[in-house]
Ligand binder design. Structure first.
Ligand SMILES: Nc1ncnc2c1ncn2[C@@H]1O[C@H](COP(=O)(O)OP(=O)(O)OP(=O)(O)O)[C@@H](O)[C@H]1O
Length: 321
């Protein structure tokens, strides 16, 4: 284990603007995982990624009048003086501890605003968690739909730039360039400026750049949902290769098919809470039923359904040796 962002003090103020589930309802007891390289884990392979009591609370300005009304007089005065809106805490991630083993691919599902992107940013180090620590066996790489590409230059030049940004030497890039170009499947379009590309073509390029280095921990946020059947097949093959090379993949997606085809395990988040973590068929089935009940406005049944998952979920306990 190498990377360990520092523990940060608990954020002040714990009032989320809307919360479906209460924190006290999450049980803390559960499996214990020991961070010791010499001893392999029972349940997983060696850990590639460990999240230890990670949570994330954003502080954001709010125009909601009750927020301002409920402030003590001195805070009202301060906000009035600096003409700022009062801030509220949005709890994007409640306390979460998970271990992802080498060779595993973890899918993350959940409704809009459930904390998936926040989690992917925390894992990849783009965002410092409010509490807790993230440990990984290598530097995690986040590949998102918005990964930066330079529009005016060709696909090939973007590959070179992207690989330089990933820390590859020019000689290494020259050696691997034909293989990376081939993996995009873009053929002669690789020589055209990428502002002429379709979104699927750009997605292929981003995927090829991000996976060119065999990162030990690859975090993919939605990027596989675009592209045609051939691209999806290629990307699944590549993800399998990455997993086989003892890395781990974390994939955020709204597409059940993408998760089904690519993941060996699925984490379901709801309003920042982990509801289930396990077999893809089981978790995806539960999530699909929840969405079905919500869509049919069968809210009581939906709540009972979600509660049955909530009570069966166990956070792991991470111990250091
Ligand atoms: N930069 C930010 N500042 C303040 N609040 C944020 C920020 N990013 C996300 N949030 C809030 O955190 C919560 C979780 O958002 P997040 O984007 O992680 O959810 P998500 O599951 O990825 O959603 P979606 O499926 O819609 O992409 C939401 O309530 C959102 O409003």
């Amino acid at each position: 284990m190498s990377a360990a962002p520092e523990d940060r003090a608990q954020a002040e103020g714990r009032n989320s603007e809307d919360s479906l589930l209460e924190e006290d309802d999450i049980e803390d007891a559960g499996e214990t995982v020991t961070l010791d390289h010499a001893r392999p884990l029972d349940r997983t392979n060696r850990p590639a990624l460990v999240l230890d009591r990670v949570s994330m609370t954003y502080k954001v300005p709010s125009t909601r009048e009750e927020v301002a009304d409920n402030l003590p007089w001195y805070k009202k005065a301060v906000y009035g003086l600096v003409r700022r809106q009062p801030r509220v805490s949005v709890r994007a991630l409640r306390e979460l501890s998970i271990v992802v083993g080498e060779g595993e691919s973890l899918g993350i599902v959940g409704r809009n605003g459930s904390g998936k992107s926040t989690l992917s940013k925390v894992i990849s180090g783009k965002l410092m968690p409010t509490t807790g620590e993230v440990w990984s066996s290598g530097t995690p790489m986040l590949m998102g739909v918005n990964a930066a590409l330079v529009p005016a230059i060709s696909g090939r030049q973007n590959i070179i730039l992207g690989c330089l940004a990933l820390g590859m030497s020019r000689a290494e890039i020259d050696e691997r360039l034909p293989e990376i170009e081939e993996s995009t499947g873009l053929d002669t379009a690789i020589h055209l400026p990428i502002d002429t590309y379709s979104s699927g073509m750009s997605a292929r390029l981003r995927f090829a750049i991000a996976t060119s280095r065999n990162p030990e921990v690859l975090v993919i946020d939605e990027a596989l949902n675009v592209g045609d059947a051939r691209f999806r097949e290629r990307s699944q093959e590549r993800m399998k290769e990455l997993r086989d090379q003892a890395g781990c993949v974390v994939l955020v997606s709204h597409s059940r098919k993408t998760i089904e085809n690519s993941c060996s395990r699925v984490l379901w988040l709801d309003n920042g809470f982990p509801l289930a973590d396990g077999d893809p068929d089981e978790v995806l089935e539960g999530y699909a039923r929840y969405n079905f009940l919500l869509a049919k406005q069968r809210l009581k049944e939906a709540e009972e359904h979600v509660n049955s998952f909530r009570t069966s979920y166990r956070n792991v306990t991470v111990q250091r040796t």
